[in-house]
Ligand binder design. Structure first.
Ligand SMILES: [Zn+2]
Length: 100
């Protein structure tokens, strides 16, 4: 194609003219729909649930510990932390996968 500003021949995929630097009108980011897809795969409420449930588990664990049942309390905290890590890993992988 030819530059609209200076008329020089430039690459069809060029975003700006190499000669004068004027934008050619070629879209730099044609994958705008993929951003919406990312929101669909990992919705905000799921992230909130993934964060809130382990926090609730840790609080229950601490309460159990203070009530004297330390074994139950420590189990609660342990599984809450594991759930938390898995949730974050899943969310992180989902986002990385979509951004490729
Ligand atoms: Zn030009």
């Amino acid at each position: 194609m030819y530059c609209k500003n200076c008329g020089k021949e430039i690459n069809d995929k060029a975003v700006i003219c190499v000669n004068c630097g004027v934008p050619t009108g070629v879209s730099v980011n044609p994958s705008k729909s993929s951003e919406g897809l990312a929101d669909d795969v990992v919705p905000g409420w799921l992230i909130a649930v993934c964060i809130l449930i382990p926090i609730a588990g840790i609080i229950i664990g601490i309460i159990k510990c203070s009530e004297g049942s330390e074994i139950v309390g420590k189990k609660c905290i342990k599984y809450s932390v594991i759930t938390w890590l898995i949730c974050f890993a899943v969310i992180f992988i989902s986002y990385s996968y979509i951004n490729i």
